[in-house]
Design a binder for this molecule. Structure first.
Ligand code: CTP
Ligand code: MG
Length: 182
């Protein structure tokens, strides 16, 4: 999950520029997604996930951090890099879908929306991981999702992520990277 988490933070650094909705409004007169959802954030931040998975794999293979056997069924590199990118993309698609409904409920950019703000990217990244697992399996020779995302692990992810996310946002706010502490 670390690649997806870090991709989700990525837009704070690589975001900006043209908004996904190009400034257009929905029928209710409010922005479709709002100025906080940009193309750069959506498409560049998932590269962070690919970078992080490469770094983690290097740590495990080249240092004594873990056993290489645990990683041997990932198939060839391009596919697990693609899997990580798609997981990161899923996190940001989930975030953007959340913003669509956030605007519809009348909440402005950056407003607080408990549970949805904390779980949007988990739902998005896991859905994309599920789809990417099956879509990439014919090429990679293995389904990373069914191999690694077991039910106990999914449960731990869903339970631990909201608290982790709030803690990271608070740190981002303290470092003046974010305007709000949530
Ligand atoms: N960001 C971006 N592109 C994205 C997602 C985020 O450029 N696809 C940047 C924006 O500068 C945004 C910041 O990252 O303000 C923090 O992201 P987030 O908290 O998801 O956005 P909010 O501004 O809170 O907007 P919303 O209320 O729609 O969640
Ligand atoms: Mg926000």
């Amino acid at each position: 999950m670390l690649p997806a988490y870090l991709a989700n933070i990525g837009p704070v650094f690589v975001g900006g520029g043209a908004p996904i909705d190009m400034g257009r409004k929905w029928r209710d007169g409010k922005p479709i997604l709002g100025p906080g959802k940009t193309w750069r954030g959506l498409l560049l931040a998932p590269l962070v996930a690919a970078l992080v998975i490469g770094l983690l794999r290097w740590l495990v293979v080249s240092t004594s951090w873990g056993s290489v056997q645990d990683w041997s069924d990932w198939g060839p590199a391009p596919w697990w890099l693609a899997f990580a990118y798609l997981m990161g993309l899923g996190a940001l698609v989930g975030d953007a879908v959340k913003s669509f409904f956030k605007r519809r409920t009348g909440r402005d950019r950056g407003a607080k929306w408990p549970f949805f703000d904390q779980l949007d990217f988990v739902a998005g990244s896991l859905l994309f991981a599920f789809l990417a697992g099956y879509a990439l399996a014919p090429w990679s020779g293995t389904n990373v999702f069914t191999d690694d995302f077991t039910w106990p692990r999914l449960l731990v992810i869903v339970i631990l992520t909201p608290g982790l996310h709030l803690a990271v946002n608070w740190i981002g706010w303290k470092l003046k990277l974010k305007d709000v502490p949530w």
